[in-house]
Ligand binder design. Structure first.
Ligand SMILES: Nc1nc2c([nH]c(=O)n2[C@H]2C[C@H](O)[C@@H](COP(=O)(O)OP(=O)(O)OP(=O)(O)O)O2)c(=O)[nH]1
Length: 270
């Protein structure tokens, strides 16, 4: 199976580069040079299907991995029997090593082999080049992004979720309690303050859960485990709060960024 691989060293911590990779616009940028377009969601999560086209050829890119180790996506229903894009991340002393590879199988036969050498390799090289520069520039942007912290509060095997009441496009959707980290405040302090303000409870912040998730150009979401110390959570400025079991996690109508965190939330609930 033909494969092309490119390695880039990005001067940013692994969790920032992993967040950059989750930005769906990065995949779109990777194929823009080929005249390609992609539409789907703002952030990648396993199971997401992005529809798009390169020139006259349309297809669906299925995301099969989107976490702190990198992302993988494969073309389904396209003209090639197999086309897979894999990005793996390695922590090094001098930054994060981004290893991008494209693997594909050609339709076979002499014409297929010709297409493979002339067209396939050329396209794959351009995808890899565009992707490397897009990953580096989005990682740089996210390095100075403001952090929104969220609290994953678990009690008796259930996770606390809260339902937004505004703005209109987010009203009714579910998220984790939290908000923007203030200047001079640590992430842990912000988790404690937001839980007090939004739920009227005292918590202790623990380890990070799941990847950093890009929200906008200059904002990213970072979730921490939080343990309830005192108080009973109640919705102060939200529509509702609810304790959610593992079986309900997938079906809940999460904000797009939180959907990326669902596999990590499953791990947390055990
Ligand atoms: N707290 C929280 N915010 C989230 C989650 N997922 C997600 O996309 N967000 C977004 C929604 C908001 O745009 C932003 C949170 O910033 P914020 O708390 O300062 O903003 P807000 O709109 O809720 O409140 P505010 O500006 O009225 O203070 O992050 C999540 O799980 N928890």
């Amino acid at each position: 199976m033909p494969e092309l691989r490119a390695t880039t060293l990005v001067d940013a911590p692994l969790r920032t580069v992993a967040a950059a990779l989750l930005d769906a616009r990065l995949l779109a940028r990777s194929i823009r040079g080929l005249g390609g377009r992609l539409a789907g969601g703002p952030v990648l999560h396993a199971g997401l299907e992005l529809t798009g086209s390169v020139g006259p050829v349309a297809g669906t890119l299925l995301v099969t991995r989107a976490d702190t180790t990198g992302v993988s996506a494969e073309l389904v229903g396209g003209p090639l029997p197999r086309f897979v894009l894999l990005t793996d991340l390695l922590h090094t002393g001098g930054g994060t090593m981004v290893v991008d590879s494209v693997e594909w199988t050609s339709p076979g036969g002499p014409l297929g082999r010709f297409a493979d050498v002339i067209v396939g390799r050329g396209l794959a090289l351009r995808v890899l080049e565009a992707r490397a520069s897009a990953v580096a520039s989005r990682s740089r942007e996210l390095l100075s992004a403001r952090v929104v912290v969220g609290a994953a509060i678990v009690r008796d095997g259930l996770l606390l979720a809260q339902q937004r009441s505004y703005p209109a496009e987010a009203a009714g959707k579910w998220e984790l309690p939290g908000g923007r980290v203030e200047a001079g405040e640590s992430d842990a302090d912000a988790v404690v303050r937001e839980c007090a303000e939004e739920l009227g409870v005292t918590v202790v912040a623990g380890d990070q859960v799941g990847p950093d998730v890009p929200l906008r150009q200059d904002l990213l979401l970072r979730i921490y485990r939080a343990d309830l110390v005192s108080g009973e959570p109640a919705a102060h400025d939200h529509r509702d709060v609810r304790w959610v079991g593992a079986a309900e996690l997938d079906a809940l109508d999460w904000l797009p960024a939180d959907r990326v965190l669902v596999p990590a939330l499953h791990d947390l609930l055990g």
